[in-house]
Design a protein around this ligand. Structure first.
Ligand code: VG1
Ligand code: CO
Length: 543
């Protein structure tokens, strides 16, 4: 066995987006495509001697093949040891957990998260640093620069490693340890939550349905919910990870998890429903006839954090991405703690958590998490809710309504216009930017614009600056319209329109969300020309 140096030429477009490099599988399967990006990672990180890496993915098509290539390249770059989840499986939160627990240098996650999988679907690769979190932009930009200057990559010609056999093997002088993908993560969860209380809840007849959407969270949910917590067999549905997610779209929202919503709306619905995404970092929380918005879920978790043993000491601070509703801000204010507003993507939360400025973080895109790791964590959020339900002894709907009664309700919705013409989307954003100076002070129906800007963020810890993170139109009453272009799509451009309106009066907390937001929706369209410019008369997905 020996190390080969293979000549190569750069591929255009290997710039990581919101969460790593995501492309169609067909693009990833081009000879040298994955190798080039992995070479750029190793060039950016420097010599691997003495280092441990963690590698795993969400089980989608090409997961195993990509892992074999990464292992051979890691050996060629002198990495000392790699921890790999059995079968190539590790959820994104589990990678973060394993990096931290084993003090690894970093990790590589193979996933395109909520994007569909299979030979015609998407694939992705992402590097996480030693704190367990996504690489910051300085690092991903350096990786991108390296992809543009490659002349060769280095790889061992050793044969494939058996990914299904727990234990240690050698690959060209590098140790490869196949680990149980669930064990470290499950142990961490048992320390954060009151498992005895949740076990008692299930023993008392409480019923739940966890839809793993044939993605990576199946094995985690089955071990923890059915195994450790005594939920009846069958609580976890679609629990077996499949390379194409059974043809589904592993994005836990009411549109893509329609089956779960139908079940929770129907007669004989269980007490609690939940779902997770491709790589297990997202969550959807559902009560009977009520899907909890992710923004509300973050606020409710923050307001009730101390019910869980891991958070009994209280919450230091909260962070939310800019488009996420301001429901959490109201809780932070009541608790007398800070609430940080960051750009979209979990990588912006890492510094705040490392500096112990925040305990809880969340995004409107069904992402919630805490400082226990440095990624959002789907099952963590579900376990928090179970802990909350066990302690309060009330149904989900009652907990949500009581929260609104106390803090007011932030009506919230996201409208996605997927796979639109990229030039048209860029032109729309440019036109919005050009209008910004004139927008402040303008009156639209019952709203007056208080602030209109292109969101920029200065990291309070390392002072790095991120600009052009989304157009914000904030009304005098706190209502907001936000426009962004997605950084995770693989086809054309995806325009995201985020809408928020606050309602303090409990007598008006049962209005249909789209109706409550209808005036803002109309203003958003007239200001941006969204429908006309994209040639679409309605959004692709409304959540
Ligand atoms: C989307 C979400 C964002 C999330 C990101 C990664 O990004 O909006 O909140 O952090 O996906 O989530 P974008 O750029 O498409 O809006 V995951 O679960 O796909 O890793
Ligand atoms: Co995800």
């Amino acid at each position: 066995m020996s190390i080969q140096t293979i000549p190569t030429t750069p591929f255009a477009g290997q710039r990581p987006g919101t969460s790593g490099l995501r492309k169609k599988v067909t693009e990833f399967l081009q000879p040298g495509y994955l190798e080039n990006f992995v070479e750029a990672i190793f060039l950016t990180l420097g010599e691997g001697a003495g280092r441990t890496l963690v590698v795993g993915g969400d089980g989608r098509y090409f997961n195993r093949g990509a892992i074999q290539t990464i292992l051979r390249m890691a050996a060629a770059h002198g990495v000392q040891r790699v921890l790999v989840g059995r079968g190539g499986i590790l959820s994104t939160p589990a990678v973060s957990c394993v990096i931290r627990k084993h003090a690894a240098f970093g990790g590589i996650v193979l996933s395109a998260s909520h994007n569909p999988g299979g030979p015609d679907g998407d694939f992705g690769i992402k590097y996480n640093i030693g704190n367990g979190g996504p690489a910051p932009e300085t690092l991903t930009e350096a990786m991108f620069a390296n992809t543009q200057a490659l002349t060769h990559y280095r790889i061992s010609d050793a044969g494939p490693v058996d990914l299904d056999q727990l234990g240690s093997t050698q690959l060209d002088g590098m140790a490869v340890e196949i680990i149980d993908p669930v064990a470290d993560y499950a142990e961490l969860m048992a320390r954060l939550f009151d498992f005895a209380a949740i076990r008692a809840l299930f023993a008392g007849g409480f019923r739940m349905r966890f839809d793993a959407m044939h993605a990576v969270s199946g094995p985690y949910a089955t071990t923890i919910l059915e195994g450790m917590l005594g939920a009846p067999a069958g609580t976890v549905v679609n629990g077996e990870p499949l390379e194409d997610f059974g043809g589904g779209h592993p994005d836990p929202n009411p549109v893509n998890a329609a089956e779960l919503i139908a079940c929770m709306d129907g007669p004989g619905a269980p007490d609690f429903g939940a779902a997770s995404d491709g790589d297990g970092d997202r969550n959807m929380i559902v009560g009977r006839r009520l899907a909890v918005t992710p923004s509300d879920s973050l606020a409710i978790i923050a307001a009730n954090a101390t019910v869980a043993p891991g958070y009994a000491g209280g919450v230091q601070g909260i962070a939310r991405s800019m488009p996420t509703s301001t429901a959490a801000d109201r809780v932070a204010e009541a608790l007398g703690i800070s609430c940080f507003e960051t750009p979209t993507g979990w990588k912006y939360f890492g510094n705040l958590m490392d500096a112990e400025l925040v305990t809880l973080c969340g995004e409107e895109s069904y992402g919630t998490g805490s400082h226990h790791i440095r990624e959002k964590d789907g099952l963590w959020a579900v376990l928090f809710w179970l802990n909350l339900l066990a302690v309060r002894g009330k149904p989900v709907g009652e907990i949500v309504r009581e929260h609104w009664a106390r803090f007011g309700r932030n009506y919230y919705s996201r409208h996605d216009y997927e796979a639109v013409d990229a030039a048209a989307a860029d032109a729309m954003m440019a036109a919005l930017r050009a209008q910004l100076p004139a927008l402040a002070g303008q009156v639209f129906g019952s709203f007056r614009v208080a602030l209109a800007d292109d969101f920029a963020y200065t990291d309070p810890v390392d002072h790095s600056v991120a600009t052009r993170q989304g157009i914000r139109i904030v009304m005098a009453d706190g209502s907001r319209i936000v426009f962004r272009l997605s950084g995770t799509g693989t086809e054309g451009a995806t325009v995201r329109l985020y809408l928020e309106r606050y309602e303090a009066d409990p007598a008006r907390h049962d209005i249909d969300t789209q109706y409550a937001l209808s005036e803002l929706i109309a203003i958003a369209d007239s200001v941006s020309g969204l429908r006309q410019r994209t040639g679409r008369d309605r959004p692709t997905v409304v959540t």
